[in-house]
Design a protein around this ligand. Structure first.
Ligand SMILES: [Fe+2]
Ligand SMILES: [Fe+2]
Length: 210
């Protein structure tokens, strides 16, 4: 069983039961047997969730969302990537315009696929749907800007970016904490909530020293 589903022509709603069955099957495999995409997406969700929950707790405010909702939303934020072809997600080189457009659908796919699950309430769904919005409004899927982006989604976005920068990927080496912080300082006010980024960069040093 393989979690790669070609995007072209895929109907997310019709595929939902198949994707769930497929994830169950992937979970039951031994680590070395798991498809590469599952190994890629699942640890990233787990790392993002731990970081997002700790940061939200340290911040003391996460909008109307609870810590549990933030953690679950962060864990599932890239769930929609299961609908994308592995050849796109794990491509070592730069993506074409068409491939980027395909990837940009994953928040909508994720929110749609997960919406029938009892644990996925509105707060969790907001995290999944809006984790690629940008502070300047140039993100996706809705192009929300500034404080119009749900606070819990802004928070998970920051945790997602940091986790990705610190990870080794097929297309980039891992960055040190200082290097990742420098990248995020440059993103603050354009892609990331500027005040929350300042708070995050103060928080993350202690988080990593634990
Ligand atoms: Fe994502
Ligand atoms: Fe992510």
């Amino acid at each position: 069983m393989h979690p790669s589903v070609p995007l072209r022509g895929a109907q997310a709603g019709a595929l939902a039961p198949a994707i769930r069955a497929l994830l169950d099957a992937a979970s039951s495999l031994g680590r070395d047997e798991r498809p590469r995409l599952y190994r890629h997406v699942h640890p990233h969700g787990h790392a993002t969730a731990r970081l997002a929950r700790s940061f939200a707790a340290a911040l003391g405010r996460a909008g109307p969302a609870s810590l549990d909702e933030i953690e679950l939303g962060a864990h599932l934020h890239d769930f929609g990537k299961y609908l994308l072809a592995e050849s796109i997600l794990l491509k070592p080189g730069p993506l074409t315009g068409e491939e980027r457009a395909a990837v940009s659908l994953h928040p909508v796919y994720g929110a749609h696929l997960l919406s029938g699950l009892p644990a996925v309430n509105d707060a969790v769904r907001r995290v999944v749907l809006h984790h690629h919005e940008r502070w300047d409004g140039a993100g996706y899927p809705e192009g929300l800007a500034g404080a119009r982006i749900p606070l819990e989604a802004r928070l998970v976005c920051i945790a997602d970016v940091y986790t990705s920068l610190r990870a080794r990927r097929s297309y980039k080496p891992t960055l040190s904490r200082r290097e990742a912080a420098a990248v995020m300082e440059a993103m603050a006010g354009r892609e990331l909530d500027p005040d929350m980024t300042v708070d995050f960069l103060r928080f993350v040093g202690a988080y990593e020293r634990r």
